[in-house]
Design a protein. Structure first.
Length: 344
């Protein structure tokens, strides 16, 4: 079943949305998602201030120019490995989007200690600092590679997912609540294969495909931002939210990028899967569908902080799991071409 491209631009948040007029901090705020979220916040949420927390001064400088030094933005150089710096940055913050992470699969296979320090210990720092600072809600970004992980990156992100979900136990007698959103590959994100393929095609080179059978999930940046905004509005704490998004064959994506290029099978890289998964069979036992099938929610197993099952949720089918090769909606090469041409 092929899904045609529809209007994927962000909708303005309702006047009652909790982020409206708030003080928001974004870790990893100079990344692709961070910049897209900041743009949405400035355009639609009338924030009191948005704090950009990241460790690279050059990227902060470039992002300041991108937003023309908007006076609602604040700039904190800092690493999530540094809990003291997080405490300072979180003063009087209402809501946190946690997007900071080390993300390259092959890099993680060769630098495991660094990935653990940032993705695991850094996540613990964010949880503890947010509780101490009295932050109201935190949404952490995850990845499909955290479901049934086979690589170091995925294992660190699964651990981070658990840290945020179970962090609600530590925050039970406080106001702070944590939730996680998990999604697949993002079009237009930094590190995407798409610009590399375009450059190779312009030089007349063959495009390397990591196994012609590979399938992946695909989400646009506006969809990812909207998902986080929606999660802040509906979360009680402890939810792991997954979008119902299309799959695609990696071969079709390559053909959408460069229709005339020759494709070469170069094999899977270290730690890479043939097909990705966003909800494992075990997680599927706790999954429900909300908003007419727009999102799945994996509800918490041990909600000792007072979580109540979602009233409008529908249970998934027995034995459900969400994998890119078993999906019920797909993008073909023409759909992917339209997504790329839309620039989102």
């Amino acid at each position: 079943m092929t899904v045609l491209i529809s209007d994927q631009h962000e909708a303005a948040a309702p006047r009652s949305h909790p982020l409206r007029g708030a003080d928001i901090l974004v870790t990893g705020g100079t990344g692709s998602f961070g910049k897209a979220f900041i743009r949405y916040a400035l355009d639609h949420l009338e924030p009191n201030r948005v704090i950009v927390y990241s460790r690279d001064e050059l990227k902060q400088f470039e992002t300041r120019q991108l937003f023309e030094n908007d006076p609602r933005l604040r700039w904190f150089i800092g690493d999530i490995r540094d809990r003291d710096r997080l405490h300072r940055a979180l003063h009087n913050v209402d809501y946190v989007v946690h997007a900071a992470a080390l993300k390259q699969v092959d890099t993680g296979e060769y630098n495991p200690f660094e990935f653990i320090k940032t993705n695991v210990l850094g996540s613990q720092n964010v949880v503890e600092a947010c509780i101490d600072a009295g932050v109201k809600k935190v949404v952490a970004l995850s990845t499909d590679k955290a479901s049934s992980p086979i690589n170091l990156y995925g294992a660190t992100k699964l651990t981070a997912d658990k840290i945020f979900i179970l962090g609600n136990n530590y925050a039970a007698s406080y106001e702070t609540r944590f939730a996680v959103v998990r999604y697949g590959n993002v079009t237009g994100s930094r590190g995407s294969i798409i610009p590399k393929w375009k450059a190779m095609a312009e030089r007349g080179e063959k495009l390397g495909i990591t196994d012609m059978r590979c399938t992946r999930f695909l989400i646009t940046l506006p969809q990812a931002v909207q998902m986080v905004v929606d999660t802040f509005a509906m979360m009680q704490g402890g939810e792991l939210v997954v979008p119902h998004i299309p799959s695609h064959r990696v071969v079709d994506l390559a053909r959408a990028v460069a229709p005339d290029a020759e494709l070469v099978d170069i094999g899977l890289r270290p730690g890479e899967k043939l097909h990705e998964e966003m909800i494992s069979p075990e997680e599927g036992r706790r999954a429900v569908i909300i908003e007419d099938g727009k999102y799945y929610v994996i509800e918490p197993e041990t909600p000792q902080w007072g979580y109540q099952p979602l009233e409008d949720a529908k249970p998934v089918d027995e034995g459900f799991h969400c994998a890119s090769d078993k999906n019920d909606i797909w993008y073909d090469a023409e759909d992917l071409r339209k997504v790329l041409e839309s620039g989102i």
